[in-house]
Design a protein around this ligand. Structure first.
Ligand SMILES: C[S@@+](CC[C@H](N)C(=O)[O-])C[C@H]1O[C@@H](n2cnc3c(N)ncnc32)[C@H](O)[C@@H]1O
Length: 246
């Protein structure tokens, strides 16, 4: 059986993550060799067995070349220590973070819920000069968030809060709230909307990253919200950002 042409591949720092489609598990080593042939400077190749599961959105990974799961990834002039076995990270949103930063003003306060290892708060603070608070409940991801804030010399601009986003003090208000929750299932979509609003100043803006098909996106637009595609997820389903003013 031929290998799938151009397996879906993500390069994070010096690691490659390659999707192993169901039924192709026995061909994984061959796929890894193909990847290394195209990217000879990599330290390792990991196979991704399924889409991320659970609240922490950490995928099931198998080492195919090398045994490391951590690496340093550079994006938007920032560096991130990432451990793909313990914390979600996707390089695909790099351009989106840059675009988001271009709409913010120096000194504004930004709450980044579901911060992971910190790409949103750190890039926004670096590029736009905002004061950001990143909230992350997984201890492994929070440890890397703190480390990345220090490594990017942003301790004066970015605060890391460990815990459930629902536990943030109700009195803390922000000019922008950026939410990147784990994938929400149909019927439970936008469940953090009210929480996000409750932390906005009057005139503030909520930026809610989620996934939607065209019908769902249309129904949100009918409510007067701006919905923009910022990536693909599956046939007919896109990564979108819903922008909602207070
Ligand atoms: C989809 S990842 C996004 C990470 C990050 N924003 C990024 O783009 O790399 C979601 C993150 O939210 C965290 N998380 C899940 N539920 C949470 C909650 N109730 N409060 C705070 N963080 C949560 C997970 O541990 C995970 O790191």
């Amino acid at each position: 059986m031929p290998l799938p042409r151009g397996p879906r591949l993500e390069v994070v720092g010096r690691l490659a993550v390659v999707d192993i489609p169901p039924g192709m598990e026995t061909r994984a080593a061959e796929m890894a060799r193909q990847v290394l042939g195209a990217h000879p400077r990599l330290d390792g190749v990991l196979g991704r067995l399924a889409t991320p599961e659970g609240e922490a959105r950490v995928p099931r990974l198998v080492p195919l070349v090398g045994s490391r799961t951590d690496t340093i990834h550079r994006e938007n002039g920032c560096r991130f220590h990432v451990d793909l076995a313990h914390a979600f990270f996707s390089p695909r949103l790099a351009e989106e973070r840059k675009r988001l930063a271009s709409g913010l003003r120096r000194g504004q306060r930004v709450l980044c819920g579901f911060a992971g290892v910190g790409p949103f708060p750190i890039v926004l603070a670096r590029l736009a000069g905002v004061h950001a608070v990143g909230v992350e409940q997984s201890p492994g991801a929070h440890r890397l968030l703190e480390e990345n804030i220090r490594a990017n010399h942003l301790t004066a601009k970015v605060e890391a809060v460990r815990g459930d986003i629902a536990g943030i003090s109700p009195g803390r208000l922000f000019d922008h709230v950026v939410l990147t929750p784990p994938k929400e299932e149909p019927g439970g979509k936008l469940r953090y909307l009210d929480l996000g609003f409750s932390h906005l100043v009057p005139g503030g803006l909520l930026h809610y990253y989620t996934f939607a098909g065209s019908q769902e996106a249309a129904s949100w637009r009918e409510r007067g919200w701006s919905v923009r595609r910022c990536g693909d997820y599956a046939p007919g389903v896109h990564r979108v950002v819903v922008k909602i003013p207070t």
